[in-house]
Design a protein around this ligand. Structure first.
Ligand SMILES: *[C@@H]1O[C@H](CO)[C@@H](O)[C@H](O)[C@H]1NC(C)=O
Ligand SMILES: *[C@@H]1O[C@H](CO)[C@@H](O)[C@H](O)[C@H]1NC(C)=O
Ligand SMILES: *[C@@H]1O[C@H](CO)[C@@H](O)[C@H](O)[C@H]1NC(C)=O
Length: 612
């Protein structure tokens, strides 16, 4: 006798109440929250570290800000300025405007880097899909076949229509198909080759050898990553912003993890000791440039005992084969590799594999002192300039990948991350319950007032209803963990916002994808790349950071595909404000009261398919 959870929910606002009345309610609630906030430490979970009086001051400030912002909203015809962007913004990624960067004085390659500071007025317009855009096919079909109108290809790529290109892509009529895993393809051979080179008999043994996460720099059309995913390895593609034929856009369109990132002047937004393998196949980076600075960045992100795999037509001149005498410093890259304590494991054809040392003392042995050790460890890692020194050596997380125990996180492991096991497992339990609720909500029926909402008799949303999920405030990665547990066919981009508890290393150590990000800025991805955006407590968090909720919602609209879903969970105040904005940017929106006695609310939204 199961009483469905959603029958218990009450939809808080049906027809819209007069705005003045609503305004008054919200302000009263906010003030109450503010007053109670000084005595209740749970009132603002995301800023628990702030002293009580400080919390009180902040909340009061916030209540005032919210009131003012709401009043602005209600002024005029209760509307913010919402227009549709022009056709030139169909594939718009903010912060990568080369001409604007050049005007701002960036040069020597830095004009291709991400520069959000150059972004002046953040235009509030809705990015529209290209003509002929179609909703992507569900996983796993969508991995191998995409709609060609959905991505922006270059002329060359289109010219290859009808023939199999080097990058294993076939363009037909309105579809692009990719090589599937049929056991006879080049990607699989390549993966086997790498496995053999690191001493395994097959690539199915990567896992046992400690390789669970791979950073794939410049992933082509994502086929290598797709193969690794099929081996249960989390492969994240990182590549530069490209105006056309973007590797990141293609990978995401196929439902493969990817993010825009550069090796130019700043570190990638990942912690030290993050990946088990870093892979570059013709990725276009000149590794011996800038005194090996890019190799030092690779070293920073690699876990001890991890592998750097380089495949390149020119890697022959990189490797030591030019001079067969072992250990001779014949080429710059080999010399750099030795300086950072990497061991050239194997070379074959155009592929070279180095292994990072497992011995932290290696860096201090006399032979290696050419690259100094960093003074502090990873103090301000986001937007940190590339460093000329070795990072991570003194980390408590220094543990060779070969020593990793299998199975779930142990208590000792959690304590290394500064997390109490009880907190972690309680959090997981909370997400188990939440996911069950969420999944019943993912139905357009939820927006209809009459005659019925989803009920017992309605089937649940299918397991592959969404593929690319972003948890915008991921905390321990609990939502990701329970989605996998429940065998949903998703991968999750776990975002750890700046200013929140830094749990990114813990997320990555669970074998998940994750990244640091400042939500006051746009996210480094193409439009329409996520199927579901989830954020618990993010609205309160960005308010405490002093950022604009309007900017945030427009950005969410940009990165969400048409008919994609949004689940926001927060306190009543921010949720009401977000609802008012969501409606103005034309999302379907519902506030859901969990009726458990708290002022926590869910805001469930769906983005419409705007065709013109
Ligand atoms: C890029 O910057 C230039 C110069 O500031 C500007 O004219 C142009 O509109 C910008 N492009 C986009 C897509 O924002
Ligand atoms: C890894 O395992 C090896 C063999 O069991 C052991 O000798 C070594 O001390 C371990 N290294 C670390 C850092 O735990
Ligand atoms: C009610 O549910 C919310 C979110 O689902 C949770 O954060 C909160 O702790 C719960 N409150 C109570 C009193 O159980």
């Amino acid at each position: 006798m199961r009483s469905p959870w959603f029958k218990k929910i009450s939809i808080v606002f049906g027809p819209r109440p007069p705005l003045n009345w609503l305004l008054l309610c919200v302000v009263i609630v906010l003030l109450l929250v503010a007053l109670l906030g000084s005595s209740s430490s749970s009132a603002l979970k995301s800023v628990t570290s702030v002293a009580k009086s400080d919390t009180y001051r902040k909340l009061k400030q916030q209540a005032t800000n919210d009131y003012l912002e709401l009043r602005t909203l209600s002024a005029g015809a209760n509307r913010i300025e919402v227009s549709l962007c022009g056709k030139d913004r169909e594939n718009y990624v903010p912060c990568y405007n080369v001409s604007a960067n050049l005007l701002a004085g960036f040069k020597d390659g830095e004009e291709f880097d991400r520069h959000c500071e150059v972004l002046q007025d953040r235009q509030h317009c809705l990015v529209r899909p290209p003509k002929d855009y179609k909703i992507p096919l569900n996983w796993p079909t969508g991995r191998d076949v995409i709609w060609s109108a959905n991505v922006k290809l270059s002329k060359d790529q289109f010219l290859s229509s009808g023939t199999r290109t080097k990058r294993l892509m076939l363009v037909e009529e309105n579809q692009i198909s990719f090589h599937s895993d049929d056991g006879t393809d080049d990607v699989q051979d390549y993966s086997h080759l790498i496995a053999e080179m690191i001493g395994l008999t097959s690539d199915t043994e990567f896992h046992q050898a400690g390789v669970r996460t791979v950073l794939d720099i410049g992933c082509g059309f994502g086929s290598f990553g797709s193969h690794l995913l099929s081996l249960n390895i989390m492969a994240v593609c990182v590549a530069a912003y490209e105006l056309m034929g973007s590797q990141v856009q293609l990978a995401l369109e196929r439902g493969l993890p990817a993010i825009i990132g550069n090796f130019i002047s700043r570190q990638l937004p990942f912690p030290s000791l993050a990946y088990d393998m870093i892979h570059c196949s013709q990725c276009g980076i000149v590794w011996d440039d800038k005194d090996g600075l890019f190799l030092i960045e690779v070293d920073r992100m690699l876990k001890p005992g991890g592998y750097f795999v380089l495949t390149s037509q020119i890697s022959r001149q990189y490797g030591s084969s030019v001079n067969p005498k072992k250990g001779s410093m014949s080429t710059p890259i080999e010399e750099f590799a030795q300086n950072v304590c990497w061991n050239l494991l194997a070379e074959q054809e155009e592929t070279f594999i180095w292994q990072k040392t497992t011995d932290a003392l290696c860096y201090t042995s006399s032979r290696q002192k050419k690259v100094p050790l960093c003074k502090g460890e990873d103090t301000q890692p986001y937007y940190h300039p590339l460093s000329h020194c070795i990072n991570g050596k003194n980390s408590k997380r220094w543990n060779p990948i070969q020593n990793r125990s299998s199975g779930s996180l142990s208590s000792t492991k959690l304590e290394i991350h500064g997390v109490h096991p009880e907190d972690f497992f309680e959090d997981l339990e909370f997400w188990r319950a939440s996911l069950r609720n969420y999944w019943t909500l993912l139905s357009p029926l939820i927006f209809s007032d009459h005659p019925k909402r989803p009920g017992d008799e309605d089937p649940l949303a299918p397991y592959n209803m969404v593929r690319n999920v972003m948890d915008m405030n991921a905390h321990f990665g609990g939502l990701n963990a329970v989605l996998l547990e429940a065998r949903k066919s998703v991968w999750v981009m776990n975002v750890v916002p700046m200013g929140a508890q830094d749990t990114l290393a813990l997320i990555l150590d669970q074998g998940f994808a994750g990244v640091w990000h400042d939500w006051c800025e746009p996210f480094p991805t193409y439009p329409r790349t996520y199927d579901l955006l989830h954020a618990n407590g993010l609205l309160s968090h960005i308010a405490s950071q002093g950022c604009s909720m309007i900017d945030l919602l427009f950005e969410m609209d940009r990165i969400l595909r048409p008919e994609g879903w949004v689940i926001l969970s927060d306190k009543l105040g921010p949720i009401e404000k977000a609802r008012s904005l969501a409606i103005q940017i034309r999302w379907e929106a519902r506030v859901i009261d969990l009726e458990n006695g708290s002022d926590q609310r869910l805001l469930l939204c769906q983005k419409p398919f705007l065709r013109k």
